[in-house]
Design a binder for this molecule. Structure first.
Ligand code: TK8
Length: 343
């Protein structure tokens, strides 16, 4: 008797444990773990904003969504991650809009040299109707665009000479993003412009495969390009956004409450990221000088020459891709924004 009841007791306990474990597994299954890839180092504006984003995603979804940020291009270059998102093999990423032009040609608007004079103008266009209109082309290509982050105004670094005059570009082997407009723009200036994934850039500069590159101060600092690059020339030739993307295949399978939580967290990450990036950019120039970079600003006349040269690609290249009516609409909206009373 006692023996039997002991066995029964053990069985009951085992069953209870099994039930408990099954319930635990069911709970674990109802939370979704996913990856958020990015190209810069963890110690960068991208990394800081990715961490904040992940925290807010967990809080706003009451722990149902667990975002795992993966930096340093460990999941691959921007291009490769985009492909993985489209295929449904990776859930989320943040990367340059420049590599998206091959999927959505209107993204070329953000490649237009000297389009914005300051970050207020960029925020206005990116967060307004035009930025949203361009983003809304993504789902047809298998991607969902959530928000634009700031990469920033781009400046030149190289190892040959300070770029102070237009002619100084001659023969410089300059890494550019894998993007048609950037290749054409820098060839027009006389540089030997070559597309290369950002993930391969640090090595290419270290080994001398490339003489130079162009990126915002923040990236020159966080990627330690100052270790292999001597000259920094302040041109602010184009403002680059980053875009936060989700795989449409994955997104469509999420419940509405989780999509809402992701979007809200993304918007908060955008506000945090822009503020953080701008603060860092203000300090970065001093830090780069302290690290030994030789900094120069081309004269107004020389910058105008570069600008006029780059203008050549507007109608032919950007107009072609973006469509003239959208390009003109963007320029008109910017002009109206500049003339607002109180500005
Ligand atoms: C990082 C890139 C980078 C971009 C580039 O993955 O490729 O130069 O400016 O920020 O997206």
């Amino acid at each position: 008797m006692t023996r039997i009841s002991k066995t029964r007791g053990l069985r009951a306990a085992a069953m209870a444990l099994a039930l408990f474990m099954a319930a635990g597994a069911a709970l674990a299954q109802s939370s979704t773990t996913f990856k958020f890839g990015y190209g810069l180092q963890e110690d960068s504006n991208q990394g800081r904003a990715a961490r904040l984003f992940a925290e807010r995603v967990a809080q706003l979804s009451n722990g149902r969504l667990k975002m795992e940020p993966v930096g340093g291009a460990k999941l691959g270059s921007d291009d490769k991650m985009q492909g993985a998102l489209v295929a449904g093999g990776q859930e989320m990423m943040v990367g340059s809009t420049a590599t998206l032009v091959s999927l959505v040609k209107e993204m070329a608007l953000w490649d237009a040299p000297f389009l914005f004079n300051n970050t207020d103008e960029a925020d206005f266009l990116l967060d307004g109707a035009i930025g949203q209109q361009i983003m809304s082309k993504l789902p047809a290509k298998g991607l969902v665009g959530l928000v634009y982050w700031e990469n920033g105004f781009r400046n030149l670094t190289n190892n040959k000479r300070p770029i102070s005059r237009l002619d100084d570009f001659n023969g410089i082997k300059l890494r550019v993003m894998p993007n048609d407009t950037f290749i054409k723009a820098f060839k027009t200036l006389g540089a030997d412009a070559q597309p290369l994934a950002f993930a391969e850039l640090a090595d290419a500069l270290r080994t001398g495969k490339m003489d130079g590159q162009e990126n915002p101060f923040n990236t020159i600092l966080s990627s330690k390009f100052y270790e292999s690059q001597k000259y920094l020339s302040i041109t602010n030739h184009v403002y680059s956004p980053w875009i936060v993307l989700a795989s449409k295949k994955w997104w469509d399978g999420l419940q509405k409450a989780d999509q809402d939580a992701l979007l809200k967290a993304a918007q908060e990450s955008r506000d945090f990221e822009r503020k953080d990036t701008r603060e860092e950019a203000r300090r970065a120039l001093n830090q780069l000088t302290e690290k030994g970079m030789q900094v120069n600003v081309p004269t107004f006349g020389e910058l105008s020459r570069m600008r006029n040269r780059m203008d050549r690609i507007y109608a032919r290249d950007i107009g072609d891709k973006v469509g003239l009516s959208l390009l003109l609409e963007a320029q008109n909206q910017l002009m109206a924004y500049r003339q607002r009373p109180g500005r």
